[in-house]
Design a protein around this ligand. Sequence first.
Ligand code: HEM
Ligand code: HEM
Length: 259
Amino acid sequence: MRPHLHRLHVESSGTPPSRGAVTKSGGAWSQLWWRPSLPATHFWAHCTGMLCSVFVMVWVLRFRGGLPFIAHIPSLADRTDLIFNAHPVLMVVGYIFLSTEAILVHRGMHGTKSNKKAIHFTIQGVAFWMAALGIWTALLFHKTIGISNFYSLHSWFGILTVFLFGIQWICSYMIYWYPGASAKTRAAVLPWHTSIGLLVHCTALLTAEMGLLEKLTFLMVNKVIGRFSFEAVFVNSVGLLLLVHGGLVILACVLPRSS
Ligand code: HEM
Ligand code: HEM
């Protein structure tokens, strides 16, 4: 009975246990990442976030001609496409991935509360500016080819998400950092901060899904790629992976920290 209880405690605590603790419970260290637990959820949330970022980079660099500053298809007729390519990269790698890492800092990192808080709000701040830059690239692309702005549901979701993210950042900074609210207010606001933070994160993922769908639809309608082409299947898979990633981040925040 005792070892079993010990293992339950180890699995539901926020930080990975020491090697000794795992051995005492009878399990191998490597098995820990396969069992449903908070450390395992964290591990897979990081992995899927990294994979999504790498896959979006591969898509843009390998299939869409590259980024404005590292284009690798000299014969590409329409170079303005390259301006657009910075948009999905900034949104997925610069915004979604960074924001996920900031959220996971609280439970997945060792250190003082104050250090974790500082890392959390700094990364969230960088993520906000990446998102703003990403939207600017989409606007610039539209301006270059003469398309009107904010006509799609994707763009409405996108602008709302980044606006809410900015408001959340400013309010949280004032409550938890400077000038800082009373301990009572901070404690009362925390469940709202966490829930609204996760909600905004979900709308960001949803917006990215819509963006992938929209871009693929444009490419298919204009007969640039086939419905079952490798690129279409690849991008659909990135969309699925983003969904799994979002689920893991939510789990990592709602699972109990200790038994
Ligand atoms: C828009 C940007 C932000 C988002 C999306 C966001 C999101 C989150 C989420 C989802 C959590 C829960 C993490 C967990 O339960 O493991 C959290 C916790 C927290 N955040 Fe933020 N956050 C943002 C900005 C900020 C800022 C600017 C501060 C100011 C210092 C801040 C301070 C905190 C604190 C103190 C916690 C609680 C940590 C704990 O429970 O120990 N956040 N945030
Ligand atoms: C959280 C992530 C994202 C946000 C907040 C976002 C936001 C936006 C915004 C605000 C626009 C409108 C620009 C304008 O009207 O001039 C836009 C355009 C666009 N985005 Fe995104 N985006 C995100 C991710 C993505 C991704 C991953 C793709 C995939 C390729 C994508 C594809 C597009 C396309 C094709 C347009 C031009 C057509 C349109 O205006 O709807 N977006 N995005």
